[in-house]
Design a protein around this ligand. Sequence first.
Ligand code: HEM
Length: 431
Amino acid sequence: MPTPSLPPGPRAPRAIQQLAWMLRPVPLMERCRRAYGDAFTLRIADQGTWVFLAHPDAVKEVFTADPAVLHAGEANRVLRPWLGEHSVLLLDDDAHLAQRRLLLPPFHGQRMQRYEALMTELAQREVARWPAGEPFALWPHMQAVTLEVIVQAIFGEREGPRLDRLRAALRAAAASTTSWRTMLKMATLGPDRLAADAAFRRRMAPVDEVVHETIAARRAEHERGGERDDILSLLLDARHEDGSPMTDAELRDELMTLLVAGHETSATSLAWAVERLVRHPEALDRLAAGDDDYVDAVVKETLRLRPVIPIVARRATAPVRIAGWDLPAGTMVAPCIHLVHRRPDVYPDPHRFRPERFLERPAGTYTWIPFGGGVRRCLGASFAQFEMRAILRVIARRRRLAPARPPRERARRRAVTLVPDRGAEVVAWPA
Ligand code: HEM
């Protein structure tokens, strides 16, 4: 057994490192990269020892390692109160793979086409509500449209009285994952006791009720032989290895997972896309002209330069050798999306927003990692990129846009995501 070794890192007390990670994550990562190189160790108060990795070779080692040795589900445990015990995000090993296999088919890239008309229509309705000629923050509007996409394309609720209840309940559930009140409770109780906490359960009860009603409605339509193409209806056809269908409890947990994993991330990525585009009018003009490859390049460049999730995490269940270091069991291993995406050897002039780079060279498996990788790669990666392309096309064609104020927006932390600090403020006029 080799002697455990950890990459170098700051010597500040844990509490100080934790504070820097909470309040100023981007400067902290960049400072550490300059001071210590492509692998460094941070000590974060209640979460142990984190090894950040900024080299694509090390990222490859993590994404191709035995998933039994690098657990991702454990690292997501804080989400248990909302997602429940069946969620693919929280499971590891065989249980994770079994659940992932059930969810994969409806999210296959080639199947996304079926949502294009719906996404375009929802984006057109949203854009029509924007004020003309006065500054406003785009981010809440992107939250509204990505929530609507989830309600309609994933839950399959397109009209009727339940639509409003479901939308309101999901909005409340998503908001509670980032509220300070819940964060404080989480800090004192931990995820398992928060999940069982009576006040928390009371707040979640209306959400569970309407989600279960929606599942029952889709099931009834499905049994009547109705042809539906929402993700929930497709999941009703999924079968476990023993041939049994998913239970209502599993469906509920996975639907909440898709909401929590897919709503803020997509909304914030869209807000960043527009924040960058309004400061690059030539890119905005080219986007409006509508060449499909260019729209895709804009999406890829946004996710490179402004990844909403700056790291992914795995907990080592046993000693593991990565990037030449013998990391002890218990270490959190963190491929650093933010730093990998800013490597000048991979992306010349890395801080510049230049979508063309993805027309010149395709995105690499271990150098373009906004959706993580390996057996944990984001299940919604095709869905999210398809959605971003559809919505950005509508925005660029229907509105002329300018920044409300010239200085670029900085990244501010909101729970695990990095959002534009002024909410992507713009001024818009009908095109
Ligand atoms: C731009 C938008 C999005 C970004 C940046 C994003 C990013 C990520 C990342 C970084 C992970 C962790 C990967 C890893 O640990 O290696 C993840 C996992 C996941 N995402 Fe996304 N995501 C987005 C949109 C979505 C959407 C729209 C959905 C579904 C509707 C979704 C569903 C999931 C699920 C289910 C997982 C867990 C996969 C597993 O553990 O096996 N995501 N996502």
